[in-house]
Design a protein around this ligand. Sequence first.
Ligand SMILES: NC(=O)c1ccc[n+]([C@@H]2O[C@H](COP(=O)([O-])OP(=O)(O)OC[C@H]3O[C@@H](n4cnc5c(N)ncnc54)[C@H](OP(=O)(O)O)[C@@H]3O)[C@@H](O)[C@H]2O)c1
Length: 358
Amino acid sequence: MSSLRILFVGASGYIGGSILDRFLKSTNTALKSATYTALVRRQEHASELAEHGVKPILFTGLEDSDFLRKQASKHDIVVNSADAFKAEAAKALILGLSDGQRQSGTEAIYLHTSGTSSIGEYPVPAASAERWVLSDKDDIYAHLTKLEAQKPYAQRTTDIAVVDTGISVDVKTYIVMSPTIYGEGSGLFNRQTIQVPGIIKRALRRGRTPVHGTGAGNWDHVHIDDLSDLYELILSRLLRGEALPSGKKGIYFSETGYHSWKELSEKIAAVGHDLGGLKTSEVEELDSDEWITTLHAATPASVQAGELGFASWSRSTADLGRSLGWAPKHGDASWEQDVVPTFKATWAKETQHRLTIG
Ligand SMILES: NC(=O)c1ccc[n+]([C@@H]2O[C@H](COP(=O)([O-])OP(=O)(O)OC[C@H]3O[C@@H](n4cnc5c(N)ncnc54)[C@H](OP(=O)(O)O)[C@@H]3O)[C@@H](O)[C@H]2O)c1
């Protein structure tokens, strides 16, 4: 086969940039010899990617489904790590892969990034017996459709659309559904994650570290380097011709440890106080609206994303990845230690933000 054509969507982001970096440095023969293309929105991203051997294509954004479909049709593999809440974009990419697959006869691969807020439960179950831990060897697709029937959530809507569209057009789909990702990314552009900086930003703006509700929810976490290992492992195994779980069975978790939201906020408060960024190491409880309005406008969608993404119960076990040989290297100490550099980096960005807005 001629060299593989891999299309990245979200290469300027934290996850997409880190995976792309990992693939470019991979020792896997097929990944090494692949040609890489990235859809990006900004000329400066395009120029920088071109310097690193990635062919950039400028586009207006995920809203242009026709363009996404056309570009995907020219590739064997699509790695979509852009906004996980955009179902139409994901569908267009899968339809495009199907178009290309029909022409080339080569089996296409769609690798999608999602998050475990899709399985989050809010309010947090009160009884400890109801505080579940899901394995990715369980029927996660059925679980998602059950939750979705109770109340739609755009990221979950997208997960389900990915699986259903893949099945309907015969494209194999693989979703990596990650918990809280931490650690500095290795991409060319955004190297910072979402949730821990999101709490730190709120703490700096309020002068006191918040926790969403009582912080009783538990979530898992994974270091970005370990997560990149998992993407590389899944793709390398597929490129060796192995049949891995896909579609309804192809939803891969990626946890290496867990925390409660309260513990995390307390840790941030202690670190922020020690570093001199916060006057107090106390933690304050915020309701769903206050949580959002500290940073954004409150809409039903943003309030829901705040509850599921910063306060819910969401515990997962990455049994599929481990059965493929995934061996994460970052443990509890790494998670704890990472709060210090993340606080410093977020503080520096916030200071810059204040200077910019005057
Ligand atoms: N970080 C985590 O802990 C985590 C865990 C699980 C799931 N997720 C989800 O995974 C997705 C990616 O996360 P991330 O941390 O990598 O975020 P990120 O650093 O903000 O990256 C987002 C990427 O998506 C692109 N993008 C966003 N909206 C777009 C649009 N309308 N059109 C075209 N491109 C668009 C961005 O491009 P520009 O550079 O042009 O803005 C960027 O490349 C998010 O949906 C996030 O919720 C994140």
